[in-house]
Write a new protein. Structure first.
Length: 108
């Protein structure tokens, strides 16, 4: 038995697409684990030694792809968190660039 032409059964669905593999809180927890991983070599002030955070690094640590991250970024419950993660990564990269310019002997 097939549906008749012009039906709108799709409007009756309760959800669309796949189930999310992470909640906003789950993503936040995994991101904090990445930024504060105790196994990374650290300076006395607690910052990682010679490590530059990157979007690809955090996504690899969390276990999601770029496409999944960008889909999460479009969802309203994830938007602020994803924007915050990108800002943290960009700020950290800029700080590392400044440190390299100020201390060329340390960063080779």
């Amino acid at each position: 038995m097939t549906a008749h032409k012009g039906n709108q059964y799709y409007l009756l669905r309760k959800r669309h697409g796949r189930k999310l593999c992470l909640t906003p809180d789950g993503l936040r927890i995994r991101a904090l684990e990445y930024f504060f991983d105790r196994n990374m070599p650290r300076c006395k002030n607690g910052s990682p030694v010679g490590l530059v955070y990157s979007l690809s690094g955090i996504l690899r640590y969390i276990g999601i792809s770029y496409n999944t991250f960008h889909r999460y970024e479009k969802r309203k419950e994830f938007k602020s968190l994803c924007t915050e993660l990108i800002k943290i990564i960009n700020t950290h990269a800029k700080m590392k660039d400044i440190q390299k310019k100020l201390n060329p002997k340390i960063y080779g």
